[in-house]
Design a binder for this molecule. Structure first.
Ligand SMILES: *[C@@H]1O[C@H](CO)[C@@H](O)[C@H](O)[C@H]1NC(C)=O
Ligand SMILES: *[C@@H]1O[C@H](CO)[C@@H](O)[C@H](O)[C@H]1NC(C)=O
Ligand SMILES: *[C@@H]1O[C@H](CO)[C@@H](O)[C@H](O)[C@H]1NC(C)=O
Ligand SMILES: *[C@@H]1O[C@H](CO)[C@@H](O)[C@H](O)[C@H]1NC(C)=O
Ligand SMILES: *[C@@H]1O[C@H](CO)[C@@H](O)[C@H](O)[C@H]1NC(C)=O
Ligand SMILES: *[C@@H]1O[C@H](CO)[C@@H](O)[C@H](O)[C@H]1NC(C)=O
Ligand SMILES: *[C@@H]1O[C@H](CO)[C@@H](O)[C@H](O)[C@H]1NC(C)=O
Length: 786
């Protein structure tokens, strides 16, 4: 690398900025950037057309661009955008974080003003396990209130770089915890809820599911002002931190397939065009390498690079011959800002060398200024704006704490419960031992945790619930590198009637820039669990923390371990949430949003991004859609204190493709010669919505305790095609069902979207013939006919 030392240090700092506890972050933290003045308010330049609020946002942005010099324009192409004092434009920091609560991982947020902390909601992998769209939206709306309050207090920006929409492709991935799991349909459903609620769109509108769907399709609020702006990150195949010689900075993800449902993302304001514009950089020459972390995709049509990804195009990847070519390539591929300084440093010479035209920069600025104007950065909030008064009194409120608790309870997954060991009866129980290195931890927030309001350990949560609790850590910490403290744990376990062991992962095992190598419990944790189980009177209750799956096969079949409960990173109310579940005040209903693979999966190279199995090289495939090997627990696994029976109320048996939408040509696979017309390329059908049908399912609660059930509807083509999934999720809905009562779930199934899949070449095909709809005990065949 030819850069100057100071610059190199800066790049390195930027690379590490995403680490949540990284001290570099604090070293360069700048004071918050919320404007204390607005360019279009007195005493500033409110006579300029860019301040004329009767003009459309775009016209205002264009007017501002026309007033800027080239140097001033270049100074805008960074997360740390410079002020333009002569026009009253303040400096703006684009980079704030809000994954599961406002967090100070980026320079835009600081907790050292009048607001000292913010609610820490459950990490996304646990929130996702609730499979409850309203809960996702309610949490995102609450985070937005706290974020806006912090902005009003000068402690946060208005642009936040969340959610993380990558799928959880490999169980070892240190950032899998930040995602809604391994299913692309769930990931896009989560992203839609998060972005819409966080940005304050449709805040007070009708919540009806079908109405909402229609409104989303119209996208009628596209030109509205925004309360805040969310950012979907990262580019697909960003699913690896550091594994062997691979890091996310040098990894060439050539085999990456596009996995998120882009159609759905369009509904929240990202068009396929935006995405493919950014893909263009990577695909434009056949030797191009696909560097996973190069681009963040931001909604509302601005795109930022990851930090400091533009530099890596040249410095690490050698994709270009000069830094000027790198900034030109990034800008032309659709990057509007560069998190870092590379564009600031090299754009001027790129212009001088005629690699970039001023118009190219203007295009980026148009995107940026339109977002800023929509956010009110120029005009301030109007007197009517309900968010203007938000302040410290709206952060860490008891309502937000309740919501965090509710989200944690809904997400927690009961993996095993032999002989109905759980729930325990709190009036009946004489004593409880709470053992394990994570039992007394107050750091169970997961990556991108800011400063929680009132973090409590699992131990404290249980202690607040009942008396007579004994505690021993058993291991010094999560790595648990010795059995020195086992004796104390065993003694405590012998004393108590029931024993809970809190084991698993924390950020010392999995985090940004840090993947796991093993799926087993760290260090001597397994030995601790087994030793304690051996001496405990009643079967043990094993509570597992962490975002990534853990191979606990030793515990699955062991009768001395009666229950296993996964709590992910439950956030600041996790102790209370677990206590309510253990003592039966809440009936668990969470489901795993990712496959729990056995340790043997670790022979699969993490760098192999293929989803589909390849028997010729012993490659087992990834996620429930393609993986056919053994699993500890499958996608969607989760128990309740009651049982449910499913009944199909309605679904069609056949669907006839009308002449009007029939493609010119129906295809045959090579593998089914003789069987005519066995699939359609869905790209060749003008539309498919006329084939949309409804599936109605009734769920009956067979027990004497109320419960909520996550209804998952899958589809599977009865014919095998090369590249076809084992099954795929069509939809999900969480329903409350009273004891001995029943609830109903309705799904709209669009065959082009839900019954199709990508073939081995990446083309989406819809097989003609039988499709099987699967939901728990229901299997129903729908036949598509031509
Ligand atoms: C603001 O824009 C509107 C619409 O173009 C125009 O009619 C009006 O004269 C403008 N106001 C000022 C002060 O320029
Ligand atoms: C942000 O830019 C300003 C100049 O506009 C500069 O003074 C400041 O040091 C920069 N901050 C960082 C973190 O680079
Ligand atoms: C915030 O922290 C920085 C240093 O970390 C300090 O210089 C600054 O004065 C603090 N601001 C407030 C409002 O406490
Ligand atoms: C990129 O080029 C530099 C020399 O300019 C070289 O040191 C480095 O190894 C190259 N990196 C890669 C990934 O090829
Ligand atoms: C739990 O940890 C806190 C500090 O984090 C400590 O004060 C307390 O004594 C610990 N409790 C037990 C029972 O070890
Ligand atoms: C175990 O961890 C402790 C601190 O956590 C450390 O001092 C000790 O050296 C470690 N022992 C081994 C064998 O790694
Ligand atoms: C879904 O979440 C909302 C908001 O927390 C809650 O009111 C509702 O009861 C949840 N639904 C189910 C079925 O658990």
């Amino acid at each position: 690398m030819s850069a100057q030392p100071r610059f190199l240090i800066f790049i390195l700092i930027l690379h590490f900025l995403h680490l949540i506890t990284c001290f570099h972050c604090h070293a360069i933290k700048i004071k918050s950037t919320a404007p204390l003045h607005y360019p279009c308010r007195p005493p500033h330049h409110n006579s300029h057309p860019f301040c004329n609020t009767s003009l459309p946002f775009k016209a205002r942005a264009q007017s501002l661009i026309s007033l800027l010099t080239l140097d001033e324009k270049i100074q805008q192409l960074s997360n740390n955008a410079s002020a333009v004092p002569r026009l009253g434009i303040p400096h703006y920091e684009w980079w704030s974080e809000s994954l599961h609560g406002v967090a100070d991982d980026g320079p835009g947020v600081s907790f050292n003003g009048s607001i000292k902390s913010a609610t820490s909601f459950p990490q996304i992998i646990l929130a996702a396990a609730a499979f409850n769209r309203s809960s996702w939206a309610a949490v995102a709306a609450a985070i937005a209130v706290e974020a806006k309050a912090m902005n009003n207090a000068g402690q946060a920006g208005l642009t936040f770089w969340a959610p993380n929409i990558n799928i959880f492709r490999d169980p070892r991935w240190g950032r899998g915890q930040e995602t809604p799991g391994e299913d692309p349909m769930v990931a896009s459903a989560y992203a839609i809820q998060y972005v819409r609620a966080f940005e304050g769109r449709n805040r007070n509108k009708n919540k009806n599911k079908f109405d909402q769907k229609r409104r989303v399709l119209r996208n009628d609020d596209d030109d509205d002002k925004l309360m805040l702006s969310a950012c979907c990150k990262h580019f697909t195949a960003y699913d690896l931190e550091k594994w062997g010689q691979f890091t996310r900075y040098n990894f060439n993800a050539v085999h990456a397939l596009i996995t998120i449902s882009y159609k759905k993302l369009e509904l929240i304001g990202i068009s396929e065009g935006d995405i493919f514009k950014s893909v263009f950089l990577m695909k434009k020459n056949s030797n191009a390498k696909t560097y996973a972390h190069v681009l963040n995709i931001i909604t509302n049509r601005y795109i930022t690079s990851d930090c400091d990804a533009v530099a890596t195009i040249y410095e690490y990847h050698n994709y270009t011959k000069t830094p000027e070519d790198a900034v030109a390539a990034a800008l032309k591929a659709g990057t509007d800002i560069n998190c870092g300084t590379y564009m600031l440093r090299h754009m001027k010479s790129a212009i001088e060398q005629e690699k970039v035209l001023e118009e190219d920069i203007d295009k980026a600025l148009l995107n940026l200024f339109v977002v800023q104007i929509r956010l009110g950065l120029f005009d301030g909030d109007s007197a009517r704006n309900q968010f203007r008064e938000l302040g410290a009194q709206d952060v860490c409120t008891s309502d937000h704490r309740k919501l965090a608790l509710e989200a944690a309870k809904q997400g927690i997954v009961l993996l095993k419960n032999e002989q109905k060991l759980l729930p325990l009866d709190k009036r009946d129980i004489s004593s409880l031992a709470v053992i394990g290195p994570l039992a007394n931890s107050t750091n169970l927030g997961g990556g991108y945790t800011g400063v929680p309001c009132n973090p409590k350990s699992i131990l404290k949560g249980l202690q607040d619930y009942i008396n007579n609790i004994y505690h021993a850590a058993g291991c010094q910490d999560a790595p648990c590198n010795s059995s020195t403290y086992f004796a104390e744990a065993i003694a405590v376990a012998k004393e108590a009637e029931y024993v809970v062991v809190v084991a698993g992962l924390d950020l010392s095992q999995e985090t940004e820039d840090f993947d796991r190598y093993s799926l087993l419990l760290p260090g001597y944790q397994m030995e601790l669990v087994t030793a304690v189980a051996e001496v405990s009177d009643k079967p043990l209750i094993l509570v597992l923390t962490g975002g990534g799956p853990i191979d606990v096969s030793f515990a699955v079949g062991d009768p001395s371990i009666g229950s296993i409960v996964w709590i992910g990173y439950p956030g600041e109310t996790g102790g209370r949430a677990l206590a309510e579940i253990i003592f039966g005040d809440y009936n668990p209903g969470g489901r795993l949003p990712m496959t729990w693979y056995p340790e043997s999966f670790t022979t699969v190279p993490m760098s192999d991004m293929n989803m589909r199995p390849d028997p010729s090289r012993n490659y087992p495939g990834r996620t429930y859609r393609f993986y056919t090997g053994d699993r500890i627990y499958g996608f969607g696994h989760g128990l309740s204190y009651t049982t449910f029976t499913y009944t199909l109320l309605s679904a069609p048996n056949t669907l006839k493709i009308p002449e009007s939408i029939k493609p010119r040509q129906l295809r045959n696979t090579l593998y089914n010669i003789g069987n005519r017309h066995n699939y359609i390329y869905i790209d060749e059908i003008p539309y498919c919505s006329s084939l949309t049908f409804e599936v109605q399912i009734s769920v009956t609660n067979n027990g004497d305790i109320d419960g909520s059930e996550v209804v998952l509807l899958f589809s599977k083509a009865s014919k095998k095609f090369k590249g076809s999934p084992e099954k795929q999720l069509i939809g999900f809905e969480r329903v409350n069902v009273l004891s001995y009562g029943s609830g109903e779930s309705r799904f709209l199934v669009d065959p082009c979207e839900h019954l199709s899949f990508a073939d081995e070449h990446g083309n989406r095909i819809l097989p003609i013939g039988d499709h099987i709809l699967i939901s728990e005990n229901i299997e129903h065949v729908v036949s598509i006919e031509t």
